[in-house]
Design a protein around this ligand. Structure first.
Ligand code: ZN
Ligand code: ZN
Ligand code: ZN
Length: 375
């Protein structure tokens, strides 16, 4: 999870994001936001500590005060560079001091705070001990849409990551599949993502034959055979922003049933994409894709939500799922990835990242959605 190049954003961009975050927090009735190293901190400040250790590093955002980054003294020189670039105030603490007492001095002692989801439990427990009158909410629960609407520069980075993933698919479709292990194809995919500019590969799913029917399958030792459907789902980070695309290929000529299932999933993916427009609820995208699969008789085999947001991580809000009434807004970016999984037999999934535009949507993945035959 290291080596990802920070995205090219300015101090002004980061200050604007922090101000927006504080305003949203206040609107949500929170006394502030506490952010541990991870995607929220990267997005807000551009800062990633060289190593995340048991020592507390925490960004404190509260209405009416300057953003403060609490850091271990030994990380301070690194943090200073980032802090200088974003007008953060540093508050360092040395070993032997209580970092929670230091942080407590910055907080309303009766406040309710949004705290980033990946904050270590020991840190939250330390804060609760230092400030028994405070309470906490998951930052993602409190402000699910904080990072959801991308600006023009973010959309460009996401489009570039998508284009790189597309190039990886154009290459992988040329390699031999039959007789090789899933893990070999997975390594090829990871190499291609890096070759086309990714600094971090998050996943390379290669689900051949019956393994394709398990959407959580990553790669295994199974040797791919002629006649197999193979689900290829891969992505990672390029210049700090994510890619995530799926194509399902077939080794040699498919059966009529395999063609039919692939056609159904392709039509469902298209219907989901067509449902994307400003003002539509997230759940409408899920419903549109699901209806096609249900009408074709495969409803019980589509066993996951239709999509998830993408940005500085490869999975984040908004979620295209029944019950999510959040309206789509231009700049939101997420996957549309319906699938059909026939247990013990094969699976088909087709996934594009799409961005909401002023009057509809555009795809950030543009390789063919027809079934590709590989050797
Ligand atoms: Zn087959
Ligand atoms: Zn995917
Ligand atoms: Zn996905």
């Amino acid at each position: 999870m290291t080596g990802s190049t920070p995205a090219p954003f300015t101090a002004a961009d980061h200050r604007a994001r922090m101000e927006r975050a504080v305003r949203s927090a206040a609107d949500a009735g929170l006394a502030g936001l506490l952010v541990a190293p991870g995607p929220d901190m990267v997005w807000l400040t551009g800062y990633t500590p060289t190593a995340v250790t048991e020592r507390l590093t925490l960004l404190v955002l509260a209405p009416g005060r300057d953003p403060v980054l609490v850091v271990p003294t030994l990380e301070a020189p690194d943090a200073e560079r980032a802090a200088g670039a974003t007008a953060l105030t540093l508050r360092d603490w040395t070993d032997g001091k209580d970092p929670y007492a230091v942080t407590a001095g910055l907080l309303d002692d009766r406040g309710r705070f949004g705290i980033s989801d990946n904050t270590w439990a020991m840190h939250l427990l330390g804060l609760q001990r230092a400030l028994p009158g405070t309470s906490y909410a998951s930052l993602t629960d409190a402000l699910p849409m904080l990072r959801a609407v991308k600006d023009a520069a973010e959309l460009e980075l996401l489009a570039a990551a998508g284009a790189a993933a597309d190039l990886a698919f154009e290459e992988i479709r040329k390699v031999p599949f039959a007789g090789r292990r899933e893990s070999d194809i997975g390594q090829d995919l990871a190499g291609l993502l890096r070759r086309f500019g990714h600094s971090q590969v998050d996943f390379t799913i290669v689900g051949s034959g019956p393994n394709g029917a398990n959407p959580h399958h990553e790669v295994g030792d199974r040797v791919i055979r002629r006649g197999d459907m193979v689900v290829l789902d891969f992505g990672g980070l390029m210049d700090g922003y994510g890619s995530d695309t799926t194509r399902t290929v077939h080794v040699g000529e498919p059966t009529e049933e395999e063609r039919r299932v692939h056609d159904v999933v392709r039509a469902a993916q298209e219907a989901g994409f067509q449902a994307v427009r400003p003002g539509a609820a997230c759940q409408e995208v899920d419903r549109a894709a699901r209806a096609v699969i249900t009408d074709a008789g495969y409803g019980e085999y589509f066993i996951h939500r239709t999509g998830h947001g993408i940005g500085v991580t490869t999975h984040e809000p908004p979620y295209m799922i029944e019950g999510e009434e959040q309206p789509l807004v231009p700049g939101m970016c997420f996957s549309v990835e319906p699938g059909v999984y026939l247990p013990g037999r094969f699976g088909v999934r087709i996934e594009d990242i799409v961005a909401v535009t002023g009057d509809g949507a555009r795809r950030l993945n543009n390789t063919t959605r027809e079934m590709v035959i590989v050797d």
